[in-house]
Ligand binder design. Structure first.
Ligand code: PLP
Ligand code: COI
Length: 339
């Protein structure tokens, strides 16, 4: 598809082949120089560890078109560092932060025509990933690795944008207490497919995962982190080593504190104490902030602010976040990278 026939205002979260992607190969103990390529197909060994043993990981970040037509990235260094922590957990080679940012910039520049126009609400979603490749059959780290970056123009992940959606608590776990929940590996998402499908069949946007040890505390909202606003205006978000540390969530914590003067607390959030919150949301790169209308738990739907309308604090957080991302509001130092 050429960028010329894209309906920017009605984009969903779907794959579109853009013009260029970046690839670098790790072999004999080092990364090669990396390059942009046009081919969007990979040819790898049938015995790649990524295919059999899940030795692979990914990241997700976005490029934003600002009012003056320029393009900016939101905290790519944080994604680069999170990929390094994932690689350490899976015994994969680290891709250096500076090279990660450079690869992302190269891909965005090479696909500039796919960065949605300012004002459409759409963005360019960037997907860095790393896979274990090469011939291998035993359960051990791969002999070679491929680091890639491609991009796709996207609209909202959850249809409805700032319209609240409902979630249901699942009995399944997405991660074990000391497993891989805190890093961004594909296996976590494979484990989430069935619970997601069950939630969707019942008419929910996605499911809420409780902590795998006691099933009493909220961990994640599908592929997003949870936050709640208490009745005395505090921003509260769960803490656990099996939650993926969301860059959006840590950004919102800083926004709540520095831009909105709120107290911010990371602590346990008990599923049987949802009454403490007057608003709640799901946050992440893809989800941005998706207001949570209600959560169904044990046959009861707990509604926070409203099932139809976003609450005022969530709305202010959202507007400040996207204001910063699209360059309309001054960002904290170091958050914005221009191309
Ligand atoms: N939790 C999970 C499981 C995710 O996949 C994501 C998306 O990356 C997030 C939370 C949100 O993280 P971030 O804000 O860094 O995109
Ligand atoms: C993201 O927000 O980047 C995600 O990873 C969510 C999903 C598309 C996997």
């Amino acid at each position: 598809m050429s960028s010329l026939n894209i309906d920017w205002s009605n984009l969903g979260f779907n794959y579109i082949k853009t013009d260029f992607r970046y690839i670098s190969i790790w072999k004999d103990g080092k990364w090669d120089d990396g390059k942009l390529v046009e081919d969007n197909m990979l040819t790898i060994s049938e015995a790649s560890t990524a295919l059999h043993y899940g030795q692979q990981c990914f990241e997700g970040l976005k490029a934003y078109r600002t009012k003056d037509g320029s393009i900016q990235l939101f905290r790519p260094d944080a994604n680069a560092n999170r990929m390094i922590s994932t690689c350490r957990r899976l015994l994969m080679p680290e891709f250096p932060v500076e090279r990660f940012i450079d690869a992302v910039k190269q891909v965005v520049k090479a696909n500039e025509g796919f960065v949605p126009p300012y004002g459409t609400g759409a963005t360019l979603y960037i997907r860095p990933f790393m896979i274990g490749i090469g011939h291998n059959i035993g359960v051990k780290p791969a002999p070679e690795y491929l680091f890639g970056v491609f991009c796709v123009p996207v609209g909202a992940y959850f249809k409805g944008g700032q319209t609240p959606v409902n979630y249901i608590v699942t009995d399944f776990d997405r991660a074990a207490p000391k497993g891989t929940g805190g890093v961004k590996v594909g296996g976590n998402y494979a484990a989430s497919l069935l619970p997601h499908e069950e939630a969707a069949k019942e008419g929910f946007a996605d499911c809420i995962y409780l902590d795998p040890a006691t099933h009493t505390r909220i961990e994640e909202v599908g592929a997003a982190n949870f936050f709640g606003i208490t009745r005395d205006n505090k921003f509260v978000t769960p803490v656990s080593q099996s939650i993926l540390p969301s860059i959006t969530k840590y950004s919102l914590m800083q926004i709540a504190e520095e831009y909105m003067g709120m107290e911010v607390i990371e602590r346990d959030v008990y599923i049987d104490n949802l009454d403490e919150f007057c608003e709640a949301g799901a946050c992440g790169t893809a989800a941005v902030i998706t207001p949570i209308g209600g959560i169904k738990y044990k046959d009861k739907l707990h509604v926070f602010y409203s099932e139809e309308e976003v609450g005022p604090v969530t709305s202010k957080l959202y507007n400040t976040l996207i204001g910063i991302q699209f360059g309309e509001i001054d960002a904290p130092k170091g958050w914005i990278y221009t191309l």
